[in-house]
Design a protein around this ligand. Sequence first.
Ligand code: 6LW
Length: 519
Amino acid sequence: LCAATTAGAQVAYQNPVLPGFYSDPSVCRVGKDYYMVHSSFGYFPGVPIFHSTNLVNWEQIGHVLARPEQVPLQKAGVTLGIFAPTLRCHDGVYYMITTNITDKGNFYVTATDPRGPWSDPVWIDMPGIDPSLFFDDDGKAYVTSTVNWGPNIHEGIHLAQIDIRTGKLLTAPRNVWAGTGGRYPEGPHLYKKDGWYYLMIAEGGTQFGHKETIARSRRIDGPYMGDPGNPIMTHADMNAETSVIQGLGHGDLVQTQDGAWFMLAHAFRQHDDHQILGRETFLAPVRWDKDAWPVVNANGTVSERMEAPALPGPVVKQDAARAEDFSGKRLGHEWNYLHNPRSDRYSLAERPGFLRLHGTAVTLADVDGVTFVGRRQQHFEFEADTTLDFEPRADGEEAGLTLFKDDKHHYALSVTRQGGQRVAVLRIRLGLIGTVLRTVPLADGPVTLRVGGNKDRYAFAVRQGSGAWTGLGEADTRYLSSVTAGGFTGVYIALYATANGKPEMAPADFDAFAYRPAP
Ligand code: 6LW
């Protein structure tokens, strides 16, 4: 199962290296260890952090923003909250800098161990979004960000010197580069190599026109001159017009302990012009040309099957299937809440071996505070199921499984009560359209809810005990894509409970949950 990494030989690996909604990747290396973070928007905990020794296999080691005080999300819709982060390590301290778009803007947190704990936020008076940090050889620290909306929409990238102990800016933010003319110059990162300061950014918007461009200067504050070969990476052009991978950009560079360079960037895999998995993380080898400009994977594109000069470590085959019996003290790192959860609504202790959810008046269609805990859909073809022990006390009490893009776009397979009868219901909500596809009566006892997905459709079914599956219907995947629904996130598979307007309801006890990507 292991691929050898003999120096000089090409090593094969599979992209995306992190499938599913893991957008805006930022990476740093300490010795032989690589760490990577991603944006998390309205989900909690915020900013998942991963570890790797080969840049291909990534294991989640936690979340940077694991305490509600670090990441207030009350006012955040699904796709607001935490935008693109940057991860850097300097002098034994890890820094994660990002924007809480629905709170006080740009801030950073620090840790001496990337597994945490991370500090409380240090808020900084830097305009815009996508902040990044750069530590120069002379000990000075700098912050970059982008202003790409509002009256200064075309200013692009700003730079200021920062006192990294206090977060105070030591110079006024100055506009240093606006890119090559692509819309939304953003995601800036600064690097220093062979006496040049390189400023790499994304342009073109995060949809089909996304690209990565670069400029350089002998002085940190510019003037920055663009690479005549820009964009250095994009799928917006002819050379990738038939690729399933689109929207490639927002990259970060890392140099291996062996001196090789790599780019980690996000892109989405589209099917019939739609994308449901969100923006995923892709890896590409980088070399420097004779004029000292970076060349990404020879022609600025990536593919699912990749070859690179030796990776920093051997690649292993990973199994993405997960089975959870809720017997542990806490949920695995892949689980997220929507917004900051009320801790009294979720319990693994009240009934051992079960995840108990207490629903409130708040529903999946409300912007804040629904009882909801889920994980990313990371594969087009998958199956997920859960067994639910739930006896609604009154009509309208509901608990089940949702395929969730946002409050306005989701499918829900639930157990509820109607006219005194316990039933399973498949409901879809797409903007102003809300409809029930099918309702079936249930016998007493636990119910297993299942969803299976392929590129085109989700299919929903229920069964009781070892009885036969009853199909409740199918729904198109495309209506949960960002093309249809908007927003930056991908689809979640979540367990939820709601009393649909009443403050309290019977507890919903989930016995198990499994997620199985097709082999
Ligand atoms: C990110 C910015 C962007 O901060 O979207 O479209 C934001 N561009 O770079 C969220 O990913």
